[in-house]
Design a protein around this ligand. Structure first.
Ligand SMILES: NC(=O)C1=CN([C@@H]2O[C@H](COP(=O)(O)OP(=O)(O)OC[C@H]3O[C@@H](n4cnc5c(N)ncnc54)[C@H](O)[C@@H]3O)[C@@H](O)[C@H]2O)C=CC1
Ligand SMILES: O=C(O)CCC(=O)C(=O)O
Length: 406
């Protein structure tokens, strides 16, 4: 995060005071969460919440349940949220949370107790006008429902706007589940258009088959793009004739959210998927999967980053040299936070929008953001990632100057 920030800040001529204010998080909270397990023992989990910045509005960002979460990762993810919200003009600052745990090895009851313990510990941090969490890796609608319930109990009244990505019956927004993948599809189409590649003749490989990966694959397929490879933590699956994504989703759902044993494709590794001869590569699982080691072998003409931080900083230069266009994470996956913002607006209005309205507004936001970043890349003669940082840092820095107060 910092290496890209530094490049963009230098091009923008950011003054040292503003640079110093933007580079560090405004708040970092670390908690230990004792949780009674089903066997009666107590496990203590480490939890984090970082608010990177709140100049543009309350903190906003997901909660990650994963074994490798640590403070450094959450700090980077929170900063990315600041830049992401600015790129799509969502009036929020950046935040992120995490709990070091393996949700796949926990029962539903254990996950509920953990989510409630985390919410209790963060009750003074969260708030609809302060810091608004959402789902990220390892969490989804159910965790958001528990979080809303626990927060509402603590505050003594129903508080829907404290969290987004909720189930519809609790004040969730239509279109939020699909929003991140939809944004990937919209920005992918915009990029293919610039590259003069017809989607009907294009092939794609998608890494990760959770919320972002599976829906990106499904929506890219709906645009005529042939999905030749998909993957999840169990491995990667390749079929040169195209994978039927709806069928793969149904298989995964019936198989405890795993593609393990998926038969209608040959087995390859997650690393092999990244270097397939395809037009579009969508990394939609983990960070740092595209490295300086494998970047030289990447054959895709376009990378659309569904995941946060999938490309390491030193791989960028190699990809640029190879002429590969990247739609960077802070643009490509911003459809999720855009519809989270719409959800928060609907919670405040107490009036709920149709799916058609949500999608139309989100698509427009994503197309406009793509074009703004694309134009900045031409104006400053930089790649799309640095252009996105330039657009975002400029907005946040100008807001800081208007706020004054020093
Ligand atoms: N859910 C959302 O709305 C948003 C998510 N993101 C980012 O997208 C990425 C994926 O998030 P979600 O889809 O929400 O998570 P998820 O938990 O729904 O799915 C994660 C997927 O990654 C796979 N995976 C895990 N370890 C893997 C490995 N070593 N190799 C290959 N695949 C592996 C899992 O099997 C699963 O299919 C993360 O980087 C997240 O921060 C970004 C913006 C919004
Ligand atoms: O929907 C949101 O508020 C944030 C989602 C998120 O964590 C992300 O975009 O990385």
């Amino acid at each position: 995060m910092m290496s890209r920030f530094d490049v963009a800040a230098k091009i923008l001529g950011l003054d040292e005071d503003t640079y110093n204010m933007l580079k560090s998080p405004v708040k970092q909270v670390l908690v230990n969460l004792p949780v009674t397990m089903d066997n009666g023992r107590i496990n203590v989990y480490e939890g984090f919440r970082v608010i990177h910045n709140n100049y543009m509005g309350p903190g906003k960002g997901g909660i990650r349940f994963a074994m490798d979460v640590d403070l450094d990762e959450v700090k980077a993810l929170a900063a990315w949220m600041t830049w992401k919200c600015a790129v799509v003009n969502v009036p929020f600052g950046g935040a992120k949370g995490g709990v070091k745990c393996d949700p796949r090895k926990m029962s539903k009851g254990e996950l509920e107790r953990l989510t409630r313990a985390y919410t209790q510990a963060m009750a003074d941090v969260f708030g609809p006008e302060k810091d608004i969490p959402a789902p990220d890796m390892g969490t989804g609608q159910q965790e958001m429902a528990w979080l809303m319930d626990e927060f509402s109990r603590i505050k003594g009244f129903t508080n829907a706007g404290v969290v987004t990505g909720k189930p519809l019956v609790l004040g969730g927004s239509k279109g939020r589940v699909e929003a991140t993948g939809r944004g990937v599809m919209v920005t992918c189409r915009a990029a293919l258009n610039k590259l003069k590649i017809n989607p009907a003749n294009a092939t794609a490989a998608v890494q990760g088959f959770g919320n972002v990966g599976s829906i990106s694959a499904k929506l890219l397929e709906s645009q005529g793009i042939k999905i030749v490879a998909i993957s999840d933590i169990s491995g990667a699956y390749y079929n040169a004739n195209g994978i039927n994504v709806s069928e793969a989703i149904a298989y995964s759902q019936a198989n405890k959210n795993s593609l393990e044993g998926y038969k209608n494709a040959g087995r390859i590794t997650n690393d092999e998927l990244l270097t397939l001869d395809v037009d579009v590569l969508v990394p939609a699982a983990l960070q740092d999967v595209i490295t300086k080691e494998n970047a030289v072998n990447i054959k895709a003409k376009l990378i659309v980053e569904g995941a946060n931080g999938p490309t390491s900083a030193n791989a960028d230069a190699i990809l640029k040299e190879k002429g590969i266009m990247i739609v960077p994470d802070i643009l490509a996956n911003a459809g999720g936070v855009t519809v989270s913002y719409f959800e928060w607006v609907q919670n405040h209005q107490g009036y709920y929008w149709t799916e058609e309205r949500v999608n139309r507004r989100a698509d427009r936001t994503m197309k406009e953001a793509f074009e703004q970043v694309y134009q900045a890349s031409i104006k400053f003669n930089v790649d799309m990632r640095i252009a996105a940082y330039i657009v975002a840092i400029d907005k946040v820095a100008s807001t800081r100057k208007l706020l004054g107060g020093f």
